[in-house]
Design a protein around this ligand. Structure first.
Ligand code: FEO
Ligand code: CA
Ligand code: CA
Ligand code: CA
Length: 626
């Protein structure tokens, strides 16, 4: 395949190409699948009925949630297939910041529609492919921290054939267009604008100096030629979803880090590398110009990525910290909540077919005003097992349960999860915790290999439990309620909030659950966040061809779900080609900031290159929108 076609692959297609999953299903797995289907389908269909999904069933007595207004505050919108953004009647939107927009005056005019951004200015502008983001407040100032997940090399390097970097400078430019942007914004009555030259403005890239903490920091697994102590990694990459700590710092989550590494010499991949898809040729040919990315020279460098990294957006001189205690995998986001006894809990998904959902629980407790020292470096990592009877258990990953030393458990968390029998999931994306009730939701975006092939570690992917559909192209959202209404509990009950599907094409399980209809259907739920009023905002990253089994679903979109009634309504549609990812609000809740990643056409400028952007959305009547 040509490089040009390779960089157009999604990250999961890229992984499948480099490291195809084992094909064979053993006889035992086929039998097990048949049994669990028989056992589960009744339950899955029952989910579709309003009574079972929405609270008169199993989970109804769990807590006294605040009643939700039945109707949405907006008129749901139709699908779109064009290259525009659409919002409901009575709402406005504008672009807040686009790929290449300046953060500093010296970078004004740096972006050109023909050539992109020159390398000298590439760490003084907003990065490409916006993703997770969070809002921070310092006195009366508003600061956003925003992930830039990856680059489209062809539009960043128009002079390079097929976007393949020709020299170290071009590699540097690609590195600088990714990572994290910290930017101050100001409300000047028009949905906010960027404050140029703010002291908060900062880029954190693949080159930024960081530190590591937790049990794997300093271990042999993370030592390199450049860092013999294994304590000072450089850079954060493939920054996907986000999180915000209760003490007001940013969590950026490193997802498809494996694709950045390649080898300039023939070598055999280790089992750990195979499980994470490390090996072969790097997506952006970094290894040809920077030995840090060359596996034949620095085999441990990939072990320094795939972590949750904490950044203090209010201190521009702060050094980001990679928290090894939270495990290494393809982190989607990090949703922090607190256990009843004050311990800190972080829910996390590992986005790959058949990988797991994790939670971290600190050993120490935290309260407002206390330092957070040790809270994210000293604790227990758990992995989820979902049972067909709609209960589940968090399985601790310890030397006792896995037979692995703690540093191996953390660096190769997937392998530890396999040892304890975690449930293979349909690509866990964002986790969102309901602020009004002790429960959490995880978007399981899709999984074409469900019931077809094992995961990368050879764990079977039987149909059943919260992954009830073979060849699952639509996705679903699972939610769990911890026993005792305590996020610190080791047991929970679960159900499916929604199974996406297409009821105009199918009248079987691919039609989706009962809260899906021709007017609100979608595929591939991905980003999720709760607004303070307890509504679940759902963003999609799926198939937007509007054809075949996706007919009538249009472009990717953002919907709002009512957790109590199960109702779901479409709020926003993205330009064709784009996914919607990343959502946060202004301090007064009157403006929502929404990420539009990898748009097609020439959105939003109307000519020239497509530019991924954060947009601002607000109500014309000045009311809060979430
Ligand atoms: Fe970066 Fe799984 O999305
Ligand atoms: Ca995502
Ligand atoms: Ca996705
Ligand atoms: Ca994506």
């Amino acid at each position: 395949m040509k490089k040009q076609d390779i960089v157009r692959l999604s990250w999961d297609e890229f992984d499948e190409m480099r490291d195809p999953r084992p094909d064979a299903n053993g006889f035992d797995a086929v039998v097990e699948r048949a049994i669990s289907r028989r056992g589960f389908l009744g339950g899955a269909l029952a989910f579709g009925s309003a009574a079972a999904v929405m609270g008169t069933g199993l989970l109804s007595s769990a807590s006294s949630a605040r009643a939700q207004a039945a109707a949405f505050a907006f008129e749901p919108i139709d699908i779109a297939t064009d290259h525009e953004v659409h919002v409901p009647k009575g709402y406005q939107w504008k672009t807040l910041v686009r790929w290449g927009d300046p953060l500093f005056k010296e970078a004004e005019g740096a972006y050109s529609a023909e050539t992109g951004v020159p390398v000298a200015m590439s760490d003084k502008v907003f990065g490409e492919n916006t993703d997770g983001m969070e809002t921070f407040i310092d006195g009366d100032r508003t600061i956003l921290a925003i992930n830039s997940e990856y680059v489209n090399p062809e539009i960043n390097l128009p002079a390079a054939s097929e976007g393949v970097p020709r020299n170290a400078d071009e590699v540097q430019l690609l590195k600088n267009m990714q990572g994290v942007t910290v930017v101050e914004i100001a409300d000047r009555g028009n949905g906010y604008e960027v404050v140029l030259d703010s002291p908060y403005n900062r880029r954190i890239t693949h080159e930024t100096q960081m530190t590591m903490d937790g049990p794997a920091a300093g271990s042999d697994l993370v030592k390199t030629n450049a860092d013999a102590q294994g304590m000072s990694p450089k850079g954060t990459m493939n920054n996907c979803g986000s999180g915000k700590t209760l003490w007001g710092t940013y969590l950026t989550c490193e997802e498809n880090f494996n694709g950045y590494f390649g080898s300039t010499a023939e070598r055999e991949a280790t089992d750990g590398e195979k499980r994470y898809g490390v090996g072969g040729e790097g997506r952006y040919a970094y290894e040809k110009f920077d030995p840090r990315f060359d596996l034949s020279k620095e085999p441990n460098e990939p072990n320094r990525h795939g972590w949750v990294t904490e950044i203090d957006p209010l201190d521009p001189t702060s050094v980001p910290v990679k928290h090894t205690a939270l495990g290494r995998f393809k982190h989607e986001n990090a949703e922090m909540v607190q256990a009843a006894d004050g311990r800190i809990v972080v829910y996390m998904g590992d986005d790959e077919r058949g990988e797991f959902i994790y939670k971290y629980v600190s050993n120490g407790t935290w309260a407002e005003g206390q330092a957070s020292d040790g809270i994210l470096s000293d604790g227990t990592l758990y992995v989820a097992r979902f049972d067909d009877d709609m209960t589940g258990r968090w399985l601790p990953l310890t030397p006792e349960t896995t037979g692995m030393p703690i540093e191996e458990i953390l660096v190769f968390s997937r392998m530890a999860g396999s040892k304890v029998g975690a449930t293979t999931m349909d690509r866990p994306e964002w986790v969102a915790a309901n602020p009004l009730r002790v429960e959490a939701y995880c978007a399981l975006t899709n999984n074409k290999n469900r019931g077809v092939k094992p995961n990368a570690g050879g764990d079977e992917q039987p149909v059943g439990g919260p992954n009830p559909r073979e060849t699952n192209n639509f996705g679903q959202i699972v939610r769990w309620r911890p026993d005792g209404e305590d996020h610190g509990a080791e047991t929970f009950t679960w159900d499916l909030y929604v199974m996406a599907g297409n009821p105009t094409v199918y009248n079987n399980k691919y039609a989706g659950s009962k809260n899906i209809n021709a007017g609100n259907m979608f595929n591939s739920p991905d980003g999720m966040a709760f607004s303070s009023d307890g509504m679940l905002w759902i963003q999609t990253d799926g198939e937007d061809s509007n054809e075949g089994e996706y007919a009538g679903q249009g472009n990717n979109q953002m919907l709002v779900g009512n957790p109590e009634t199960g109702e779901i309504a479409r709020f926003l549609t993205a330009p064709n080609g784009a996914e919607v990812t990343g959502l946060t609000w202004s301090p007064d809740g009157k403006v929502a900031f929404v990420g539009i990643q990898h748009p097609g056409g020439s959105w939003p400028d109307g000519e020239g290159k497509p530019r991924s952007s954060v947009i601002a959305v607000w109500r014309e009547d000045g009311q809060a929108i979430g």
